[in-house]
Design a binder for this molecule. Structure first.
Ligand code: CMC
Length: 426
């Protein structure tokens, strides 16, 4: 097999090296195309462009495969814990027992926030969307933890990574408590990561939160399913922001802002709202017709990379059944709507021809709602879990000796040179 491709423009030819990963499609190396041929490449939406080299996450969208450091997502969701997956993503290998104990201790002892940070929340309106609060609060972390923002110091990089993973549940729970007008609940070191988060969200001074192992396990699994997803929009945002040398708190705040969009992390809120709008299985036919008439999209369906079942959606669906079963919501009308809608779409040529399958967001909303989270918290939970993916990708980018500031070019179609005209002559 050839290790180079040839690009011909007019009467000149240029060699493009073909790079091979450990698996997945080969990649044409176009780095010298502009210097040698005076042409840019054009790929809005990056549908054919690999923006970096990475060893963290692999997706085969046609086969519906998702691997973190080589391990399949369903095995991790079944057998691992979110904190162990955090260690794996950050460090490349599953931890030995003593390595994990040290990591868990580090994360646990970084969960508290600077006392003054709590006053920061008071600057937001009570009806602010918790994602707005998250974007601001995470961006503000550097003002409170400025002792770990020297990106050139590996130890400071590690401390800020641990701080982000550890403090994100505390910030997310405060964003929730603030919007519902309840006092903040402090983290407790005797609880697991997910148990702690649920308690910080649902305990009130009048009544402590009672752990429910099924719900805690579901929370942990939901975090695992969202932990990383290769070079998606928010991760690419984090990498691009970091390519300038910006510190991780700023980069993760940028990632959160990007995640909020309805085509990305905001889809879980929209998917649940869509199921509520449909309301009953009787309305599915008309709703699906509206999708086919391009009035709106079927939220929680379709994916840029998966042209098969999103492997996370399968685990999510199982988790939804476990949670609803545990809470006695087996006959939740929205679950019935979701199941029927999935069936209708998977048998309709519009969706079949376009290879549109349920993605992770299709069943996550139903599950989170049953667990007690309001819809505006769904994307916050996604951000919490994705923080480890962002920070692992940021770390990999930063430690890559070939790192360069990200600077795409453009196909310019605007006005060419023209002389300024004074206002009275226009
Ligand atoms: N409902 C109806 N039609 C769709 C949908 C959908 N959800 N998704 C794609 N299509 C159609 C689209 O209109 C197009 O049709 P045509 O070729 O006739 O114009 C075709 O399928 C290809 O779609 P595309 O827009 O070129 O695909 P994309 O890769 O640019 O978009 C997507 C991917 C995820 C933005 C899109 O599928 C979508 O908007 N889905 C709904 C939102 C959603 O669930 N997002 C969560 C993604 S998973 C979690 C995450 O990564 O954040």
């Amino acid at each position: 097999m050839t290790d180079k491709a040839t690009l011909t423009i007019g009467d000149k030819s240029y060699d493009l090296p073909i790079l091979k990963g450990s698996t997945g499609p080969d990649v044409l190396d176009i780095r010298k195309v502009y210097a040698e041929s005076d042409h840019f490449t054009f790929d809005p939406g990056f549908t054919s462009t690999a923006s970096c080299e990475s060893k963290i996450t692999y997706i085969d969208g046609d086969a519906g495969v998702l691997l973190h450091r080589g391990y399949p997502i369903d095995q991790l969701a079944e057998k691992s814990s979110f904190l162990e997956v955090c260690y794996l993503l950050l460090n490349g290998e599953l931890p030995k027992a003593d390595e994990f104990a040290k990591f868990e201790h580090n994360i646990t002892y970084h969960t508290m926030l600077h006392a003054q940070f709590d006053r920061f929340f008071e600057g937001f309106r009570r009806d602010a969307h918790p994602m707005a609060v998250m974007t601001g609060a995470v961006g503000a972390l550097s003002a409170f933890y400025s002792d770990s923002i020297n990106v050139d110091d590996p130890r400071e990089r590690e401390i800020s990574a641990h701080r982000l993973i550890a403090k994100m549940p505390t910030i997310a729970a405060r964003a929730y408590k603030y919007t519902v007008g309840q006092p903040f609940v402090s983290p407790r070191n005797d609880l697991s990561y997910s148990e702690n988060f649920l308690r910080m969200c649902f305990a009130v001074p009048a009544e402590d939160w009672k752990p429910n192992p099924v719900l805690t396990r579901a929370m942990d699994r939901i975090f695992i399913l969202h932990a990383d997803h290769e070079q998606n929009a928010s991760t690419s945002t984090v990498r691009l922001a970091g390519s300038s040398g910006a510190h991780p708190f700023a980069c993760i705040a940028a990632g959160i802002a990007c995640l909020w969009g309805p085509s990305h992390g905001g889809a879980n809120q929209e998917a649940l709202e869509m199921l509520e709008t449909i309301g009953s299985v009787d309305n599915i036919k008309d709703y699906v017709q509206g999708v086919k008439d391009r009035k709106y999209k079927l939220m929680g369906f379709g994916h840029r990379v998966y042209k098969n079942f999103d492997p996370r959606a399968k685990v999510m669906q199982k988790t939804a059944h476990e949670v609803l079963g545990q809470l006695g919501h087996n006959n939740d009308p929205l679950l019935n709507v979701a199941q029927e809608l999935e069936k209708v779409a998977l048998n309709d040529p519009y969706f079949v021809d376009r290879k549109l399958y349920p993605n992770i967001d299709f069943y996550s909303g139903i599950t989170l709602r049953a667990m007690g989270f309001p819809t505006n918290m769904f994307t916050v939970l996604f951000a919490l879990a994705r923080t480890v993916g962002w920070i692992s990708q940021w770390k990999e980018m930063f430690e890559d000796p070939t790192r360069k500031i990200g600077r795409p070019r453009q196909l310019y179609t605007g006005a060419t040179h023209r002389d300024y005209v004074p206002v009275e002559s226009r």
